[in-house]
Every structure is written in structure tokens, then in C-alpha cells.
Design a protein around this ligand. Structure first.
Ligand code: IPE
Ligand code: IPE
Ligand code: MG
Ligand code: MG
Ligand code: MG
Length: 288
């Protein structure tokens, strides 16, 4: 098993155990929460946080619960993103999306519940002092809130009549980039990094990563198949995406340029970022 598979497995084992421990939840809601959280997902954000921490010499155990919280926010965003009032997607991770498997009200409440639970877990994360927990809470709430992911989702659903590439880039940064940057920030916070240059380099890396990631997601929507994606292909047909603004060749070049910028930031970190570089290469090559 390579490092990335091992980290994904570590994460999946922790998340399953934490969800199984939850008490005083109506059993059908607990079931819907577990269904939405387990059995799919690249676990990109947790792995990114682990690898940033590792590159700074921090052990993984301090991040185990914080990265579960981070992923709960991502899953809540996906559950709500799939709702009929948003992207109306019947499929996620190769199975029925939450509202399709249960019902809309349950899916709304799953998302609401996951969001609150994420902050409960951060407030209780073992091995961290109160100041570190607070920094994680501030980072994740800001990244996911109305000036972050939620704001981006709003703009995605209510774009102005005339949009340009800058609008789209800002939209990508908000709806996707902020949470990816928060993941990198988690690694920095938990490892206690105080070096300004390292902070800036890691944040720049994560910013380019987020932009490349969403542009590639848009491209895959128009070039890949539902069976490969595990979510409906062609979902963005009526939306403004990178692919509707640029030719296919231009889109691929744009994505490649963003990945190169991300990788160039990692080069500044030297040998300690070797695994992050390998991870970035794998995500760049992804087909789902
Ligand atoms: C999907 O995110 C939504 C975007 C931000 C592009 P991921 O591609 O990280 O979703 P999973 O968790 O791996 O399915
Ligand atoms: C959603 O972007 C980003 C989120 C904040 C959830 P998309 O709508 O493109 O994500 P997919 O393609 O459904 O995964
Ligand atoms: Mg969407
Ligand atoms: Mg969607
Ligand atoms: Mg998409």
C-alpha cells in the first residue's frame, strides 16, 4: 500500500469509528448521515492536511479528528449541492445521492447536522490546546461560510448576466478553493508552523491547487462518463464553466498552467514536500 492509500484508509477508519460513536441521534437520521459519509470520495482534503503537516514534521494523530471535521463540511456541501433546488443530481459516489436515497428534508438535515458536528469535533479534538482548536474553528467556519464556500455556491447558482474569466476564477476560489486552502491551513496550524515564508508558500500552493481542481472538475463533467465519475456527467450544461468560456485546448492548457504553478510552490519547500508533490501529480492525472 502506498502512502496515499494508507492515509485514505487511516482517514476512513477514523471517520467510521467516530460516526459509530455518536449518540442520541434519531436512528434513521444516523443512518442517513453514515450513508452520506461512508463509501466514496477521494478524501482529498484530509490527505492534503496530513501531508502538509507531515512535511513540517508533525505526527498524524493530532490531525485525525480535525480532518474528519474538515471532510464533514465537504460532505455537507456535496449533500446540499446535489439537492433538486441546487444541482439536482441523483447520483454521488456511484450510488443514489442522499436526497434520492432518503428524501429532501432528510438530506437538508444531514447537511445541517454534519456542519454543526464538524465544529463539535473541532472543539473536542484531542492533543490540541484551546488556542489551536479555536484557530481551526475560525479557519473552517470562515472558509465554509457566506464569504467562502457558501458564497461561492450562491454565485454559482445566481450568476450575473455577463460573466468573464475573472468572475469564474473567483467563483472557483470561493466554492472550492477556500475549503482546499483550509485543509492546507489545518496542516500548518496543527504543526505549529510559525515561519511566514512557509505559510505563504503552502497557502499559494493550495490556492493554485483549488483553482486547478475545480477547472478540472468542470472539464471532466463535459469529457468523462457518469460511470467513471460516480456522479452525473454533463451536469453543468446550462452553467458557466471553464469549458463554456474557453476552447477544449485552451481549457486543458489553463488547467495545466495552474497545476504547474502549484507544483512550483512546492519546489520552494524542497525535499520535505516530496509526498505532496507525488499527491499533486496523482490528483492532476485523475479521471474522476
Ligand atoms: C467535488 O469534490 C466537488 C468539487 C469541489 C469539485 P471532490 O472531487 O473532492 O469530491 P469527492 O469527495 O472526492 O467525491
Ligand atoms: C460543487 O461544485 C462545489 C461544492 C462546494 C460542493 P460542483 O457542483 O461542480 O461539484 P460536483 O461536480 O457536483 O461534485
Ligand atoms: Mg454545484
Ligand atoms: Mg454539483
Ligand atoms: Mg462539478
Amino acid at each position: 500500500m502506498n502512502t496515499l492509500q494508507a492515509l485514505r484508509q487511516r482517514f476512513n477508519t477514523t471517520l467510521s469509528a467516530e460516526l459509530a460513536k455518536l449518540e442520541h441521534i434519531p436512528p434513521a437520521l444516523h443512518d442517513a448521515i453514515t450513508y452520506s459519509c461512508i463509501g466514496g470520495g477521494k478524501r482529498l482534503r484530509p490527505i492534503l492536511a496530513y501531508l502538509v503537516a507531515e512535511s513540517l514534521g508533525c505526527s498524524f494523530d493530532k490531525l485525525d479528528l480535525p480532518v474528519c471535521a474538515l471532510e464533514l463540511i465537504h460532505i455537507y456541501a456535496l449533500v446540499h449541492d446535489d439537492l433538486p433546488c441546487m444541482d439536482d443530481a441523483p447520483l454521488r459516489h456511484g450510488k443514489a445521492s442522499s436526497h434520492s436515497a432518503y428524501n429532501e428534508a432528510t438530506a437538508v438535515l444531514v447537511g445541517d447536522g454534519l456542519q454543526a458536528l464538524a465544529f463539535t469535533w473541532l472543539s473536542q479534538a484531542p492533543g490540541l490546546d484551546a488556542e489551536t482548536r479555536l484557530a481551526l474553528i475560525a479557519t473552517l467556519s470562515t472558509a465554509s461560510g457566506p464569504s467562502g464556500m457558501v458564497g461561492g455556491q450562491y454565485l454559482d447558482l445566481h450568476p450575473p448576466a455577463h460573466i468573464d474569466r475573472n468572475f469564474l476564477q473567483n467563483l472557483h476560489d470561493l466554492k472550492t478553493g477556500r475549503l482546499i486552502r483550509a485543509a492546507a491551513h489545518f496542516g500548518l496550524i496543527v504543526s505549529g508552523c510559525k515561519d511566514k515564508a512557509t505559510y505563504t508558500t503552502v497557502q499559494n500552493y493550495a490556492t493554485y491547487f483549488g483553482l486547478a481542481y475545480q477547472a478540472q472538475d468542470d472539464l471532466l463533467d463535459s469529457t468523462s462518463k457518469t460511470e467513471t465519475l460516480g456522479k452525473p456527467a454533463g451536469q453543468d450544461i446550462h452553467k458557466h464553466t471553464t469549458s463554456t468560456m474557453m476552447s477544449l485546448t485552451e481549457t486543458k492548457q489553463h488547467i495545466n498552467d495552474l497545476w504547474k504553478l502549484a507544483q512550483a510552490e512546492l519546489d520552494l519547500l524542497g525535499n520535505s514536500a516530496k509526498k505532496l508533490l507525488e499527491f499533486t501529480g496523482q490528483i492532476k492525472q485523475r479521471d474522476y
